[in-house]
Design a protein around this ligand. Sequence first.
Ligand code: MF3
Ligand code: CO
Ligand code: CO
Length: 314
Amino acid sequence: MATMAKRKKRRGGTATLAPPSEPQVRPGIVGLGRQVPPGITRPPYIPGGEPGPARSDMVRTADEIARMRKAGAAAAEVLLLAGEAVAPGVTTDKIDEVVHEAGLARNAYPSPLGYRGFPKSVCTSVNEVICHGIPDSRPLAEGDIVNIDVTLYLDGVHGDTNCTFFVGEVDAASAALVKETRVAMYAGIGSVRNGSTLNQIGKAIEQHANRHQLGVVREFIGHGIGTEFHGVIQVPHYYERRANLQLETGMSFTVEPMLTLGAPQMYIWDDDWTAVTVDGRRTAQFEHTLVVTEQGHELMTVTPGGECAADRHA
Ligand code: MF3
Ligand code: CO
Ligand code: CO
């Protein structure tokens, strides 16, 4: 997701809090970035890593939408495969391998690899990690929850989708968090149609979160997407009066709420990527890429059969 605003890094932000009741995720060893064969087309920010300011039109052409269906379907398929690989003892680096190879097999470039220096092909965010976790040597443990965020670049456009998976059996609070985060995402998406106001997405998400006493992370937001990984549209997952863009048929963006069991405040690890909750409690996320239509929306990140990880694992 796009970052809402640059904030000063918090260090030692947990010092005044009671110790979390469960062991916290610790950084593991990050292996080398994986190789991409020369035949696979790179996105424009490779090799430098800097995408530059977002500047593409908010509305996609019919041809771009047709290509986004394919990129989105590929991302949805790869996310389903990644979810099938989730099990106790499997490292997040193994998930990276699965996503990388499945992406290449579909002739796609894994968009995170080299994006602003991100070292791996997918984001894997475990338990209290909100987003942008870097796959590493840590094995998934029974009872963990893990968000896998897949973005693929295919035929000149990106498809971006994520799902939070259970590792074996999880406690009731974690199960409820994941379930309601998925419902919140679909509640936000449900407000989308030609002529609706963008801030109704965040309003619906925030209302659902409030009803279940869950926090809404504010620092990371949904984003325009298409030829650019992160386009100009900004989608807060809370009600923001000023986000009053009137949606038009053909606009494309992501909806990707991050909800928390405790307080939604975050800080970022020294790796400059991994965002975690300050209070160490768990957090979940779901994401789809969609396009605005006359009557509603079309989800780009579903398989040709209309399947997606969020619905299979619901
Ligand atoms: N896929 C994330 C999003 O939803 C962005 C990840 S950027 C990365 O926007 F560099 F961390 F991969
Ligand atoms: Co996104
Ligand atoms: Co994503």
